[in-house]
Each structure stands twice: as C-alpha cells, then as structure tokens.
Write a protein that binds this ligand. Structure first.
Ligand code: PGA
Length: 258
C-alpha cells in the first residue's frame, strides 16, 4: 500500500526513446541495479530500443527491474516490414510495452484506430500496456484538454474487455511538457489524472481503482517529489531523466518512499 492510501503499486518507467546502444544499455543496468534492488513498494521499468531488450532482460533477471518495449504491431505476425509483434517481445522476456507515445502519434502517424487494436493485443499476449495520452499546447490554450483526453482514452481502450481495464497503465503526458523542461504544475497534473481515472470509471469503478495512471513530461529527480505524492498519480513515465542511472534511481526512490 502506498503512502497515498490506495492499493496501487507506483510504477517508474524510463522511456529511453532512441538513445543507448546495447553496450551503453548494459553499462546503465549494471549501475542501476545496486541503486534500486532494495527499494520496496515500487515497480521500476526501463524501456530501451528493441535491440537492447534481450541484453537488459538477461542482466535484470532476478532483480526488481522490468523491461518494456516502446512500441509493437497489433498482429502476432505477418507481412509488416520493420515491425515487431507482442509474442516476439514476450519470448525475449519483455514485461510490457509503451503504446501511443505522442512522438509516435505525431511523427509516425500512430492513430487511435491502431491503438484500439494494439492495447488488447498487448494484454492478450501477456504484456502490460502503458497507453500514453495528452493534449498539445494549443489544445490546452483552447480549453480542449478534457475533450482530447476523453477522445483518446475512450477510443484507445474501446476494445479492451471491461474486466481487464485495470491491467492497463495510462500515462498522462501533456505534449507541451515532454522534453521541454516545463513540467505541469502538481494541481494541473492531479486534475488531468483524476479526469483520466474518471473516464475509466465511466466503464467500471472497480477497474478504475486498479488502473495505474502515471504522469509524464519533464520529470526529473528534482521535481518528482511534489508530483509523486499526489493522490491520483501512480508513478511517472520519464524520458530525459531516465538516461542517467543515478537520476533515474533517485526518482524510483522518491516513489518508493512517497
Ligand atoms: P521527458 O519525456 O521526461 O524527456 O519530458 C517523457 C516522455 O516522452 O515519455
């Protein structure tokens, strides 16, 4: 049980994006493991590029660190050049997968329709999906944040069985806060995350109580404390702040003791 009074175990996930070669990933995990192995009450995950997945799964075996991918195709196999499927990730020992990150939506044409297939496909294969949602700066200024979140959460989870909604992790990442150093204020993050949870509760109150909702966007070891102590925030999806083992371990430590 976390200090916030709910039964959800916080998750601190490091999204490395297109950073680190296999040897750099191995050096990172060797430095991270001694810093996080005694932490209690927090799940710690690293999400490297595909090529480093196997090496990290091997190095992290027997430790509390889980390994997630950053994307996958919805089909188990097929003529989809350049894609990787959920069963392929499961075979290497990957625990979960980030889906619908705003960089994939904006730069690689990821659609809500594709996510409608990917989220249930991940669950079906035994992966924990981290579904990313969030508004652009223009949408926020136009007062459209809730409309955007409602659209993304409802569409992207539409084909997930109600009884499995609680297994999906949702990361609320305001796009203007990603990589910008402009972290959302705790009030704003709490408000948006409570709204995301309420959207899940529209389908099932019980499942919404189980769903972990993370904050993402310029989380660093210096600012994570004020976010992680908020009642609806169940952890963080960390980009830049996850690339250095010391800083990433400090964020995991703040979640463990928050
Ligand atoms: P950032 O990235 O922490 O570097 O802002 C977060 C993300 O893109 O998931």
């Amino acid at each position: 049980m976390s200090a916030t009074g709910n039964r959800r175990t916080p998750l601190i996930a490091g999204n490395w994006k297109m950073y680190k070669t296999v040897s750099q990933a191995e050096a990172f995990i060797a430095a991270l493991l001694p810093r996080v192995s005694s932490l209690q009450g927090v799940d710690v995950a690293v999400c490297p590029p595909y090529l480093a997945l196997q090496a990290l799964v091997d190095s992290a075996r027997g430790s509390p660190v889980q390994v997630y991918a950053q994307n996958m195709h919805h089909a188990p196999e097929g003529a989809f050049t350049g894609e990787v499927s959920a069963p392929m990730l499961v075979e290497v020992g990957v625990h979960g997968v980030i889906l619908g990150h705003s960089e994939r939506r904006q730069m690689f044409g990821e659609t809500d329709r594709a996510l409608q297939l990917k989220v249930p496909a991940a669950l079906e294969a035994g992966l924990v999906p981290i579904l990313c949602v969030g508004e652009t700066e223009e949408e926020r200024e136009a007062g459209d944040t809730e409309r955007k979140l409602r659209h993304q959460v409802q569409e992207d989870l539409a084909r997930v069985e109600t009884g499995r909604l609680g297994e999906v992790v949702i990361a609320y990442e305001p796009i203007w806060a990603i990589g910008s150093g402009r972290v959302a204020t705790p009030e704003r993050a709490q408000e948006a995350i409570a709204f995301v949870r309420a959207l899940v509760a529209d389908r099932s109150r019980e499942q919404a109580e189980r769903t972990r909702v993370l904050y993402g966007g310029s989380v660093k070891s210096e600012n994570c404390g004020e976010l992680l102590c908020l009642p609806d925030i169940d952890g963080a999806l960390v980009g830049g702040g996850s690339l250095d083992p010391e800083s990433f371990a400090a964020i995991a430590d703040a979640a463990a003791s928050s």
